[in-house]
Design a protein around this ligand. Structure first.
Ligand code: IMP
Length: 195
């Protein structure tokens, strides 16, 4: 059994990965690994922040580890909020304030295309690997639905007429950026001879 530390304290994300990863690997949270830190996200790309998180945890634990960083890239805002998605409207990381700011900045602009992008950074046997998951879609001007989190109420993925916030978790996962990136991580791990 191999232990893989997920640089998160979100048990929900960990459970999600454990159900699909197979029984030779057990994914654990930072808390399970005995780590209590607020990992910095000081860089201006998702790639660099994901690498920072997995490297910090690898240095602390010496265990195989992975992290993920996600951003919403809005074309009419030159890719913003992007890497700043969590803190777009300030350090309180308030979902509603972030949505309000985004809709204000977008105004009546007819160009509404956007994408969620997730970057996963894995440190496996001391070497770093990255995986990317993208979900294309567009931003609506009035929020809809109460499920999910973050920008879900204003994002409609390509191929659907519903926002992420109007979908069940299962439905969202058919489109989800995070799910796509994690699927690639799992595919990589399943190819490793030690497993
Ligand atoms: P994180 O890197 O997963 O913490 O994501 C950073 C920020 O992006 C979150 O605080 C949310 O505002 C936003 N975000 C990430 N994933 C999603 C999603 O699936 N739906 C809506 N917003 C998301």
């Amino acid at each position: 059994m191999h232990l893989l530390v997920f640089a998160t304290n979100n048990q929900h994300k960990v459970d999600e990965v454990n159900t699909i990863i197979g029984k030779n690997i057990r994914v654990v949270t930072l808390k399970d690994a005995g780590i209590d830190i607020d990992i910095p996200e000081p860089h201006d790309t998702l790639e660099a922040n994901a690498r920072e998180k997995s490297s910090v945890i690898y240095q602390l634990t010496g265990q195989n580890t992975f992290s993920e960083d996600t951003g919403l890239e809005v074309d009419a805002l030159n890719g913003e909020p992007g890497v700043k998605s969590a803190r777009y409207a300030g350090e309180s990381k308030n979902f509603q304030a972030n949505i309000d700011k985004l809709l204000l900045n977008l105004g009546n602009n007819p160009l509404r295309t956007a994408r969620f992008r997730t970057v996963v950074s894995l440190i496996w046997e001391g070497k770093e690997y990255q995986f990317e998951g993208i979900c294309e879609g567009h931003i609506i001007s009035t929020q809809k639905g109460d499920s999910g989190f973050g920008y879900d109420p204003i994002f409609i993925p390509a191929g659907s007429t519903k926002t992420f916030a109007e979908m069940s978790m299962e439905e969202k996962n058919q489109y989800s950026h995070r799910k796509k990136a994690i699927a690639q991580l799992i595919e990589f791990l399943q190819q490793q001879p030690v497993l």
